[in-house]
Design a binder for this molecule. Structure first.
Ligand code: SF4
Length: 475
């Protein structure tokens, strides 16, 4: 049937609107993916590459609330970050500009991190408003926090003063590890095990929000990895995987940010060593190439779920049938907005299936194999599966990023192997930050390693911390 674009009244006709609402992929999203793919270096255009085929990658805010009330070692924020006062009006204005730019320059929807300092220092109203701004620009926001706030704060973010639920779903990433200093009740943790009650308490706050207000949450757990805690990774995972965290993300420390907070020999954190510790915690090999996000020297990701204490991968990289399912996913479902409401997502997926009926048995076969790997339907019914993704994200040292970025600006690839690797990774970056004032998108490594110091120095002038006035003399 031909689709009529306009009704006689001049407004789009009902069929036209229905067609556009149930179209599996927004043409702007297809164009954004194609653009991203064309920009990627050839070396990362692997069969499992997600960027440019399935998703654009992640985004983050910067310079919107640089201040933090913790003192972590290391800390990626520049030394001036704590001289900038938290100011809700500035936060909202900057987020509006950055998200608007991302929507127009990068693509209609993406995951974006509400990050840049400690988000819970924002007034709860401003925090909620920031999430709403990001959603309005097609972003799926995730608030980054140390998690050291009370339930009352979380509730005020999620629920308006008149008791109306603001959001059906909230995403938070909570950073809890022994490199941090300042947590109430444990200013400095002697080791990761000492933080187990805090991991539990944070997860319980979000479970309570779900129980009391019906707000679904996605909760990620972040850990900075240093030589001091790398061997404790397995213990963190084993203790916390059943608490409700849907992601465990480990970031090996890099020499970036505030130099006064650098400790230890971060160069000793070889990626294979850290990943092996994550595998030890998961109790199984974790394939990170079956689905690859950008450059595997930056990111390793393994998607799966727990049944009891057993973690099961969604894709078995040794099974050609799973690889065929992976290929079909990337070829035919790339750009589908999976965060769309179900009443839109289901017809969109239905149209994909109608257009390519061969996908249906392929998907059914894959699902059957996953269920068998998990121990069968009976076990899955008895022990609720819990989705958990493992991530390792390796920021780069600022001393390498600076020359690499400067040379990329001149269109020159370095002959120095370290700087060349840095350039290749920057070109395949999966974590972008927006500069609407210059029209630039930059990798987060460039933001933290090159741009943050000047940006925070300027913000410290614009938003200085008010000096405390001395008490008047009564003499
Ligand atoms: S370039 Fe930096 S910010 Fe981008 S993905 Fe690699 S490590 Fe992450």
């Amino acid at each position: 049937m031909a689709i009529r674009p306009k009704s006689p009244s001049g407004r789009p006709g009902v069929w036209s609107r229905l067609n556009s609402l149930t179209r599996p992929v927004d043409p702007a999203a297809s164009a954004a993916l194609a653009r991203r793919w064309s920009e990627l270096p050839d070396a990362v255009k692997t069969p499992g590459q997600v960027l440019g085929r399935f998703a654009l990658g992640c985004e983050g805010t910067h310079g919107v609330f640089p201040k933090c009330d913790f003192a972590c070692t290391p800390c990626y924020h520049s030394s001036d970050a704590n001289k900038v006062r938290v100011d809700g009006a500035h936060t909202l204005e900057a987020i509006e500009a950055q998200m608007g730019f991302l929507e127009s320059a990068r693509g209609p929807h993406a995951h974006a991190q509400l990050i840049g300092g400690e988000v819970s220092l924002l007034d709860a109203e401003d925090h909620a408003a920031a999430i709403a701004v990001m959603r309005r620009h097609g972003r799926e926001p995730m608030s980054f926090s140390h998690g050291d706030f009370d339930y009352n704060y979380l509730e005020r973010v999620a629920v308006a003063r008149d008791g109306t639920r603001r959001f059906k779903k909230l995403s938070f990433a909570v950073h809890i590890d022994s490199t941090m200093k300042g947590r109430r009740g444990m200013r400095r943790a002697p080791d990761e095990a000492a933080l187990a009650p805090y991991r539990r308490a944070v997860a319980e706050m979000f479970a309570r929000l779900r129980r009391e207000h019906g707000v679904r949450t996605f909760l990620a757990h972040n850990v900075t990895v240093t030589p001091a805690n790398v061997d404790q990774i397995p213990e963190i995972i084993r203790d916390a995987h059943g608490l409700g965290y849907g992601m465990f993300s480990f970031q090996p420390a890099a020499y970036v940010g505030d130099e006064r907070r650098w400790r230890d020999d971060y160069a000793s954190l070889e990626p294979d060593r850290v990943w092996a510790k994550i595998e030890e915690g998961a109790g199984t090999r974790l394939s990170y190439e079956v689905l690859q996000v950008g450059d595997t020297r930056c990111n390793r990701t393994a998607w799966g779920f727990y049944v009891g204490d057993t973690w099961i991968s969604l894709l078995d990289d040794t099974d050609p049938r799973d690889l065929a399912a992976r290929d079909a996913l990337l070829d035919h479902l790339g750009g589908v907005h999976f965060n769309a409401p179900l009443h839109l997502l289901i017809p969109r997926l239905g149209r994909v299936a109608l257009r390519r009926p061969s996908l249906v048995p392929l998907a059914a076969g894959w699902l059957g194999r996953v269920v068998r790997r998990a121990g069968g339907l009976r076990r899955l019914m008895a022990e609720r599966p819990v989705p958990v993704t493992f991530v390792m994200h390796r920021f780069m040292h600022a001393a390498n990023v600076k020359p690499a970025w400067e040379m990329l600006g001149r269109g020159v690839m370095s002959e120095d192997p370290t700087i060349l690797e840095t350039q290749e990774r920057l070109l395949a970056c999966s974590y972008a930050m927006a500069h609407p004032e210059t029209g630039e998108l930059v990798p987060a490594c460039v933001q933290h390693g090159v741009l943050d110091p000047d940006e925070n120095a300027e913000l410290a002038q614009l938003l200085p911390i008010p000096r405390r006035r001395s008490a008047p003399s009564l003499a």
